[in-house]
Design a protein around this ligand. Structure first.
Ligand code: C2E
Ligand code: CA
Ligand code: CA
Ligand code: CA
Length: 279
């Protein structure tokens, strides 16, 4: 029995060691990917119900690992945030997106806004924000307006710092959006303090609409609240026509999700923008 216990101990130890090796090698590969800019971008367009047109797109990063295959951003973005790699990654995403849109001839006429995911550590880093701001301004007029998305949880974890950074950059012309809204615990009073252009209702509230009564009530409450604050609302993760209809009937302004369009490389974005949505 003693002998077996010893084996188990070693087994456990080996497992821990393997996990650590995996994490370290992923980090090493991520550093390498940052240096060689081995990422690509996809764009998911957003349909405006109020204006009956494609109004914007969210840019999302992709990493094709030579051995592991596609590594989802949910796996490497948190690592990049912990290791300080998120700063160069964010600069890369903005720079590459602006370049790709310009090359594809997609300007403000075709797409009013481009949404970029912004980690909280980036928002509160003045040097990096200055460079992001510079990138936006160095591009020619006629490009889409940039909207920076910050998750509700990140924004609320450090409300004072979020508030002062947002106010500062808002005055410099940046626009902000609260992402994954409803998953955190913001009060209306606190939300009102932030200089926001829009709210994005988290996918978890959308996925079981319209059947799930709780989600329906929560979604209606968010839409009513946003209306009193004069905020546009983007519903994300819209996968069915029933969800889209429910959101339309309840005054949602913008829809994003697989039912409208999947995230696609720049070359396919033009094709999607040529089609309209029947709703
Ligand atoms: P997010 O900002 O909430 O992005 C929306 C995610 O939902 C994307 O996953 C998108 O592909 C997916 N999605 C869109 N429509 C649907 C739908 O109808 N159904 C379902 N099931 N999913 C849908 P993705 O691209 O894997 O990104 C995951 C998360 O990684 C993002 O969540 C965001 O937090 C982060 N992320 C992605 N790109 C970047 C980036 O460039 N910078 C930063 N800081 N974070 C990023
Ligand atoms: Ca987002
Ligand atoms: Ca989201
Ligand atoms: Ca999310």
């Amino acid at each position: 029995a003693k002998h077996q216990g010893r084996n188990r101990h070693y087994l456990f130890h080996d497992q821990l060691k393997q996990n650590l090796i995996d994490r370290l090698s992923l980090l090493e590969d991520l550093r390498e990917a940052c240096n060689t800019r081995a990422f690509s971008l996809v764009y998911q367009p957003q349909w405006s119900l109020t204006q009956q047109c494609w109004i914007g797109a969210e840019v999302l990063i992709r990493w094709q690992h030579p051995k592991r295959g596609a590594v989802p951003p949910d796996q490497f973005i948190p690592l990049a945030e912990r290791e300080g790699l998120i700063h160069p990654i964010t600069e890369f995403v903005l720079e590459r997106a602006l370049k790709e849109l310009t090359t594809a001839g997609i300007g403000r006429q075709q797409l009013a806004t481009l949404s970029l995911n912004l980690s909280h550590t980036v928002l509160i880093n003045e040097a990096v924000m200055n460079r992001l701001q510079g990138r936006v301004h160095s591009h020619r007029d006629g490009q889409p307006d940039i909207i920076m998305e910050i998750t509700e949880t990140a924004a609320m974890e450090n409300l004072e710092a979020t508030l002062s950074a947002m106010e500062y950059w808002r005055a410099q012309g940046m626009r902000f959006s609260i992402d994954d809204f409803g998953t955190g615990y913001s009060s209306l009073a606190r939300l009102k303090q932030l200089p926001l252009a829009e709210l994005k209702i988290d996918r978890s509230f959308i996925q079981d609409l319209p059947e799930d009564v709780n989600d329906a009530v929560i979604t209606q409450a968010i839409l009513a609240m946003a209306k009193t604050l004069s905020l546009d609302v983007v519903a994300e993760g819209v996968e069915t026509p029933e969800q889209a209809q429910f959101l339309k009937d309840n005054g949602c302004s913008v829809l994003q999700g697989y039912w409208l369009a999947r995230p696609v490389p720049i070359g396919e974005l033009t094709h999607i923008l040529a089609h309209t949505i029947d709703l």
